[in-house]
Design a protein around this ligand. Structure first.
Ligand code: SF4
Length: 230
């Protein structure tokens, strides 16, 4: 049986770094408006918004947070809140019971163990209920500009399609991307990848013919063209 053509199979580590750098450059130019779409004015608001954004659009989160942030302004406000009231306010974001539990658990821990301030350290953040590495990187980058790659569903899908990783585990993908790109662009790169995933590289119908990355993309060379030919 003839072997499938694999244009990126023989790529050296240095070539992959070069390709990743070109991908990052084009994404930055192609999505200059990429950034955190969750409206916030403090690390606490960003943490709450990020927890609410699981399985929910940023627009929907932004539709509930103005009232929420007016009602609850400090970690103690959330920690001591009536759970039913909090659930009701965040209900439109879905999974509201679990999200309320995460928010109250995280805020209680911050009040008790971090003097009421959202911690910056990765270990401290990921020890909070409802906060994994993805959320922690989002908070650290958005609130303090600390480098980190947020591996959400878009970054995961694009990284694999582009051939920048073969892993499926988000933490392993994050480490692979860390190796390929300088840390000063990690945060900006993940935001641009998220925008590209929303606008061009859709999960079901990637718009490969109109994609600025097609010549650099493993999926396009190895699968998209085959599907077209088939
Ligand atoms: S070429 Fe296609 S699969 Fe590759 S990044 Fe672009 S849209 Fe996604």
């Amino acid at each position: 049986m003839a072997r499938k053509k694999r244009p990126f199979a023989g790529e050296t580590a240095a070539e992959r770094v070069e390709r990743a750098s070109e991908i990052a450059k084009r994404l930055s130019e192609g999505h200059p408006d990429a950034g955190v779409a969750l409206r916030h004015t403090s690390p606490l608001e960003l943490m709450v918004s990020t927890i609410l954004s699981a399985q929910c659009t940023d627009e929907r989160v932004n539709s509930v947070t103005p009232e929420l942030f007016k009602r609850f302004q400090a970690v103690r406000d959330y920690a001591d809140a009536d759970t039913g009231e909090l659930e009701e306010m965040i209900r439109p974001t879905g999974f509201f019971r679990q999200k309320a539990k995460s928010i109250q658990g995280a805020c209680s821990a911050i009040a008790q163990e971090h003097g009421g301030e959202v911690p910056r350290e990765m270990d401290a953040l990921t020890s909070l209920p409802g906060v994994g590495r993805k959320t922690a990187n989002c908070i650290r980058g958005g609130a303090w500009g600390i480098p980190g790659i947020t591996v959400d569903t878009h970054v995961k899908r694009l990284s694999r399609r582009l051939g920048l990783t073969d892993h499926t585990d988000p933490v392993k993908i994050e480490y692979d991307l860390n190796e390929l790109l300088p840390e000063e662009i990690w945060y900006e790169f993940s935001n641009a990848m998220i925008f590209h995933g929303r606008r061009v590289c859709d999960a079901r119908r990637p718009d490969c013919p109109n994609c600025m990355l097609s010549d650099l993309c493993r999926f396009y060379h190895e699968e998209y063209n085959d599907q077209k030919a088939g």
